[in-house]
Write a new protein. Structure first.
Length: 219
């Protein structure tokens, strides 16, 4: 598989993807950090909209269960679990190492968050739930439409954060790039748009922040 710059990256098979994403990278989990601390590693733009718009919206709409797809080191899983007083919280992550770390840290922090190792590119998501949180995910998978359908199935709502255009061009594992037309396609594949924002990290670097209705939403 080639990334956006034509460089071959070993992510064609589930085994290759597992090996690729198991290699330590910058910003891996820190066992001494408390991901419930909202001041910890705040990402301008991205985290602002989660704190100031997404979480209040979830509270107003009675969201009580979620899956954090591509949970990484677990920060957002803890934020959502705590803020929503979630009755079912799941962290879904491809990296075996990160899953092990999250499981240990969640137990240390006394958070009832289930950790499941899996790959959205090849595995189905477990359980029905109110809400899927998928930050910086579908640009990494070979077939983003298939992955998007998996996120929509058996959910009421799906929130995703996607790099806009080629603004994050330095990332070595971005396979797809998204513009306004692609985002409109994702909206059309869903059961309807809730809201769309474009948070900015710094000049030239921004995302699409997209909240849509999933297949279980009949409103």
């Amino acid at each position: 598989m080639k990334n956006l710059h034509g460089k071959e990256i070993p992510v064609d098979t589930p085994e290759e993807r597992l090996a690729f994403y198991s290699v330590p990278i910058i910003n891996t989990s820190d066992p001494d950090s408390d991901p419930s601390d909202l001041s910890h590693r705040i990402l301008v733009g991205k985290d602002d909209i989660i704190k100031e718009k997404l979480i209040p919206w979830c509270k107003e709409n009675g969201i009580k269960s979620f899956i954090d797809v591509g949970a990484d080191w677990g920060k957002y899983s803890v934020w959502l679990h705590d803020e929503l007083e979630s009755e079912r919280s799941i962290a879904f992550e491809i990296s075996v190492k990160k899953c092990s770390n999250m499981d240990r840290w969640f137990r240390k922090l006394d958070r009832d968050i289930m950790v499941i190792q899996g790959d959205i590119a090849s595995d189905d998501l477990p359980y029905e739930c109110d809400f899927v949180f998928a930050s910086d995910i579908i640009e990494h998978v070979p077939d983003y439409k298939e992955a998007w359908n998996k996120l929509l199935d058996n959910r009421k709502y799906v929130y995703t954060l996607i790099p806009k255009d080629d603004s994050w061009h330095w990332s070595q594992d971005h396979i797809s790039v998204f513009d306004d037309i692609d985002i409109q396609l994702l909206i059309e594949m869903s059961n309807g748009l809730v809201w769309l924002e474009e948070p900015v990290y710094q000049e030239g670097l921004s995302w699409y922040a997209l909240l849509v209705k999933g297949r279980l939403c009949d409103e």
